[in-house]
Each structure stands twice: as structure tokens, then as C-alpha cells.
Design a protein around this ligand. Structure first.
Ligand SMILES: [Zn+2]
Ligand SMILES: [Zn+2]
Length: 330
């Protein structure tokens, strides 16, 4: 029995291919896009390095009449393993030119750090010794899945990519990843949004040991930037495509405003470490939910909490000293 191939034509000559993620991954699928440009087929992201995703991608390409060897251009929105994992395998099949932001190239962006730096980071965040072993293991999983992104064509934003019938403007929208890129088609008001704007979930924005920027400050500024654009069709990295981007951006901005307020409320009774703040916030929509989170969810929750704390320091609402955060004295 052949499985149905998960392809949708989202616009003329522009197809969405939904590839399966790892088992039990909360997002289920990742969307990669294929432009059957008059200049040749162009793949935008390529999915995780799993046999199932690779087989599904090959099947989809076959259905659309494209042999892997025909692919010449791969545009990577960012270097998370659900979006770029198959890069190495595809390169074995075709002489691909890889377009991505230099921040996402190997060495510039990794989901792990040397153990010493990691331990220092956990200690600073106030993570108790009992949880550090699990967190270290999660970091190692990130490392195993990290992709070697070597760039043939660095893109940093504002370039114009002429892929007839499309002319895309590259938008650099740091936040979810430091070198995240979206593609905007002004004539059709179409946005390939990747993980910058997702329909059903708030994209993960977390501080990680290797990141030296302020992810949430960057993310909020990047959302504002896209809010200014007339986007009528939004093609996300996960979930179903949707219409205008602006209403969803408003929801995401409200979500983060509320979250920032919650963090300030938690700190009202005195300074705390990031870990102490994270354990007092509501997760998965429920208060007192920290004990219900598995180690992976806790790790992500902690990185998100730190991103919120750093943003509050950035905008002058908090002070930080020796890993503890406090409200400004009155
Ligand atoms: Zn991502
Ligand atoms: Zn993703």
C-alpha cells in the first residue's frame, strides 16, 4: 500500500511538503517548500535526518517530477535539525548550493556547548544538581542532531532572489534562531515564515548557552517588522498555512506581554534565579505545572524563562546580579 504523499500546491509552482518529525515530537511535521521555478527546482528547507522524512521527501519529489539530482539550490531558513537535517544526504545526491544566514553556519550556531561552559551556565541559572544530568543529556541530543551547514551563498537579509515566477525578498528575523530568514513575495503578499510565526503554538524563543544575543528582544523586534508588511498568505514551518500574518502576530505579542508580566509578578516577593522563576510560572496553561513537565520540557521552559528575564533587564524593568534577577528598587 502506498502512503498518500503530503503535497499541497500553495501558490502556482509553489508546493508544501509535510515531512514527519521524530516520534512523539509535539509539532508532528515540518513543512518544506518546493518552488518549481522556471530556472529549475528550488527547495526551501529539507527536513530532519530520518529515514521516514527522507523517503517522504523523495516520494514527494518523484510525484512532482523532480529527481534529487535535479536540485541545485537549497535555501535554509535556519539550522535547526528539523529544517536542515537532510542537507548532507541531499548533497550526496546533487551538487546543491546552500543559501543560509552566516549565523546559522556550522560553528556559528550550535545547540550545545562544551561541558564546562554548560555546567557554568546551569549553575548560573540556579539549576539544582539533581536536574543537571538530564539537562546535559538533552544538550547532547541537540548536538547529535545538529547539522553541518556549510554555506555556498551567505544571505544576510534584503537580498532579492529571482526565481521565476517569483521574486522573493530575504528578510532576516532573528529571535527563534539568530540567523532565521523569511522569504517575502511583495507582488503576491506571500510570506514563507518558517518558525518565526506559527499558527498553533508560540515559537520557542530561548536563551541557550551558545547564544550571545538577546533572543526575546530580537524576536519582538522581528515580529514588529513583519507586522508592517501586507502579508495575505502565510506559509509556516509547522502546521497549516493561513491568511494574513498580522492577527497572529498580535496574538504572539499579547502572549509575550502577558508572560513578561507574569515574570514580574513572580519576582514581586524578592530576587530569584532563573530556575526559581521558571518553577513558579504556569506551563502548558496550568499553574503549579513544573512537576508535570518532563526533563525536555523543563529544559525548554528554563531557556524561555531566561529569554524573558534578559529582555526585562534589556528594557530596564529588572536588574541582574550573580545569576539572580530582581525588580528595580522603588
Ligand atoms: Zn526552528
Ligand atoms: Zn521547526
Amino acid at each position: 500500500m502506498t502512503r498518500s504523499v503530503p503535497i499541497t500546491e500553495e501558490a502556482p509552482q509553489l508546493f508544501r511538503i509535510a515531512l514527519p518529525l521524530w516520534p512523539r515530537h509535539p509539532l508532528g511535521h515540518v513543512n518544506v517548500y518546493l518552488v518549481l521555478s522556471d530556472a529549475g527546482p528550488i527547495l526551501i528547507d529539507c527536513g530532519p535526518d530520518t529515514p521516514e522524512a527522507y523517503e517522504t521527501l523523495l516520494q514527494a519529489l518523484r510525484t512532482l517530477g523532480v529527481a534529487p539530482a535535479d536540485l541545485r539550490t537549497l535555501f535554509l531558513t535556519h539550522a535547526h535539525p528539523d529544517h536542515c537535517g537532510l542537507l548532507v544526504r541531499l548533497r550526496e545526491a546533487a551538487p546543491l548550493r546552500c543559501y543560509a544566514h552566516p549565523e546559522e553556519a556550522s560553528g556559528a550556531h550550535r545547540e550545545s556547548s562544551p561541558n564546562g561552559a554548560l555546567d557554568e551556565w546551569f549553575a548560573r541559572a540556579g539549576v539544582p544538581e539533581t536536574e543537571r544530568t538530564a539537562f546535559r543529556e538533552i544538550s547532547r541530543t541537540f548536538q547529535r542532531r545538529a547539522c553541518a551547514v556549510t554555506l555556498d551563498r551567505p544571505v544576510t537579509g534584503e537580498e532579492t532572489l529571482v526565481w521565476p515566477p517569483y521574486t522573493f525578498r530575504v528578510l532576516w528575523v532573528p529571535g527563534h534562531a539568530p540567523g532565521l530568514l523569511c522569504l517575502y513575495e511583495p507582488a503576491r503578499h506571500l510570506l514563507i515564515a518558517s518558525d518565526h510565526i506559527l499558527p498553533d503554538t508560540s515559537p520557542h524563543v530561548g536563551s541557550l548557552p551558545h547564544r550571545h544575543d538577546k533572543p526575546l528582544s530580537s524576536y519582538l523586534a522581528s515580529l514588529e517588522r513583519i507586522r508592517q508588511l501586507p502579508v495575505e498568505r502565510t506559509l509556516p514551518g509547522h502546521g497549516q498555512p493561513f491568511g494574513e500574518a498580522r492577527p497572529r502576530i498580535e496574538e504572539l505579542l499579547v502572549h509575550h506581554r502577558e508572560r513578561l508580566q507574569e515574570v514580574l509578578t513572580v519576582l514581586a516577593d524578592g530576587p530569584k534565579t532563573a530556575y526559581e522563576v521558571a518553577t513558579r510560572l504556569a506551563w502548558m496553561g496550568r499553574r503549579d505545572s513544573w512537576p508535570r513537565l518532563d526533563p525536555f520540557q523543563r529544559f525548554l521552559a528554563l531557556t524561555e524563562t531566561i529569554a524573558h528575564l534578559e529582555h526585562l533587564v534589556d528594557i530596564g524593568e529588572l536588574v541582574a546580579s550573580d545569576g539572580r534577577y530582581a525588580l528595580l528598587p522603588l
